[in-house]
Write a protein that binds this ligand. Sequence first.
Ligand SMILES: Nc1ncnc2c1ncn2[C@@H]1O[C@H](COP(=O)(O)OP(=O)(O)OP(=O)(O)O)[C@@H](O)[C@H]1O
Length: 435
Amino acid sequence: MGGSIVEQEIVIKANNISKIYKLYAKPEDRIKEAFSVFGTKEYHKDHFALKNVSLEIKRGETVGIIGKNGSGKSTLLKILADVLSPTNGTVFVHGKVTSLLELGAGFNPEYSGIENIYLNGTIMGYSKEQMNGKMKSILDFADIGEYVHQSVKTYSSGMFARLAFSVMVHLDPDILIVDEALSVGDIFFQQKCNMYMKNNMKNTTKLLVTHDMNSIANLADRCFVLDKGQVVFQGEPLESIEYYIKSLHTETFGSTVKDEVNILSNADKTSEILASWNEVDRDKLGGALEVRIDKYLIEVNDELYKGYIQEGDEISIQFSVVTEKDIDSAIFGYIISDKFGNNIFGENTVTSGFKSLILKKNKSIVVTMQIAWPEIKEGEYFLTLGIGEGEHELQHIIQCWAHNVHKFDCITPKKTIHCLFNNKIKDVQLLEIGT
Ligand SMILES: Nc1ncnc2c1ncn2[C@@H]1O[C@H](COP(=O)(O)OP(=O)(O)OP(=O)(O)O)[C@@H](O)[C@H]1O
């Protein structure tokens, strides 16, 4: 068989699978139903953890599965890993599967790390001798030192994740299924796993469930987005992330932004157009509020924000301002902070060299600030907007702060940002000092 044919081989095929759980309002309803005369009276509601899901995955593909909590990701993986049966539909899986679902399956907590390595090997059909041959690489990768001789029940969840991942990938699976299990490991271990999967497991089909969009952007060839047990989108990772994050934002922030909004020139900014902008919640505002931020719109590279952002993207932050007084000298600014509230970067018009910005009483004004997204670590970042009154950045009246009005999901495809940002090594020298 030629290489390209092998690559095209479908190794996972799910046909119209559903998983239905019976939900009972009260525990006794289950008993009542079981003993109902002729078994006809129903006391339960059907809950579809998965509904009519069909998919095909080829050999060697890395497929990301994303979706909100409870959307059915784990249920799907468990069915594909054959630890759960679908209520309806058929599943075909061709090849040896190892899975990091629910850390612990396949591990005996009373056994030591070493004993568990042998146990997993036996389950996967390897002899003791074969496992001896793999032992060093498994232990080196897990890197948990002397703990391998302790019983697994004494491990921290991170140590356990290290051992379990190492064992799973060294058992040469045809298909590797990785749930959020890895997220309990520290960031360096997660990177090590991602590198290993990328570089050492090219022929292995990998299914990844994670809420870490950056891993998806970097590792996946293709993605499925699940919502309420159904596949609502499938496609390229970035398109899938865009679809998913947009739907999250719509839910979380109640965004009213329409898919199609014309790119506006200043003259066109009528109240009709502002009607489609995002309202800033009054409870996000602070300051004297004689001048206040009313609505905003974020555009990235001249299009509406797609749900993710990356280095070099040109952002246009537009917001409308309602004024109750004349201001001779206004300062506008922004801050980007991380999810822990640390301010990461920002600027204002004074320090950027823009002076004498005048606001007239009872006028609606639209402010547009252009910035470029810098090279920073992947993650969630929040935009805060500010208006000050005065000429000096340190001596002014805070008129309006609009806190955390917008969330940016920053991804760094094909790049590792080691800390908050990278700082290049400008020069390196090697000096030979002897033989
Ligand atoms: N044993 C069960 N009994 C009843 N309902 C269940 C059971 N297992 C899962 N569910 C329900 O099925 C749905 C899908 O659950 P699942 O764990 O697959 O979601 P998920 O996308 O993996 O979520 P998360 O991101 O929170 O891990 C949820 O509504 C969940 O409450």
